[in-house]
Design a protein around this ligand. Structure first.
Ligand code: ADP
Length: 166
């Protein structure tokens, strides 16, 4: 049986931390689906299509990684794909409490799917999409925060956002 994992998230935008999790997950599982959640209450900087394009750029070197999006419950999506694992990244103790709660609820919803946590790499432990958005919107340099393939998509989204508030 193939080991299939879903790596779900908002990815607004994907960062070097996300890219590192994707790179490590692709070595642990036969197949990984990076899945952009569509039904978030947050008002995003990048459109879902931009996030998918950015994640495809990151995943290009890995033949067993695909990118998709989903709506509704993650556990229903995991079931529809036949996945047994959901990968999440952990940065700090603060992440743990939230992730623990979600993992417990997800297990109630679908006991067949296990949550698998990968620790962030030390150098990305400070990195979050919200920090990247803030730096980018204030005109800061983001080349050490997001993968090369995400740079242009992020700049375009920032330009669009700034021109819409003028
Ligand atoms: P969500 O809104 O679902 O938390 P995010 O896009 O913020 O979506 O994060 C998706 C996943 O990636 C989460 O499990 C998060 O903990 C993980 N993650 C985010 N940033 C990093 C990082 N720098 N290192 C490792 N994992 C990370």
């Amino acid at each position: 049986m193939k080991l299939l994992a879903i790596y779900p998230g908002t990815f607004d935008p994907p960062t070097l931390g996300h890219a590192d999790i994707i790179e490590r997950a692709h070595q642990l599982f036969d197949e990984v689906i990076v899945a952009v959640g569509r039904n978030t209450s947050k008002s995003p900087l990048l459109t879902v299509d931009e996030r998918i394009e950015a994640l495809k750029g990151i995943s290009k070197p890995f033949a067993n990684v695909t990118v998709d999006s989903f709506e509704g419950l993650l556990m229903d999506y995991a079931k529809s794909k036949g996945a047994r694992s959901v990968v999440r990244g952990l940065r700090a103790v603060a992440d743990f409490e939230y992730e623990f709660q979600i993992a417990m609820v997800n297990r109630k919803l679908n006991p067949d799917v296990d949550s698998v946590f990968l620790m962030t790499r030390w150098e990305y432990s400070y990195l979050s999409s919200s920090v990247v958005r803030e730096v980018a919107l204030l005109g800061g340099e983001t080349k050490d925060l997001v993968p090369q393939s995400v740079q242009e998509i992020l700049s375009n989204a920032v330009r669009r956002k700034l021109s819409s508030v003028d």
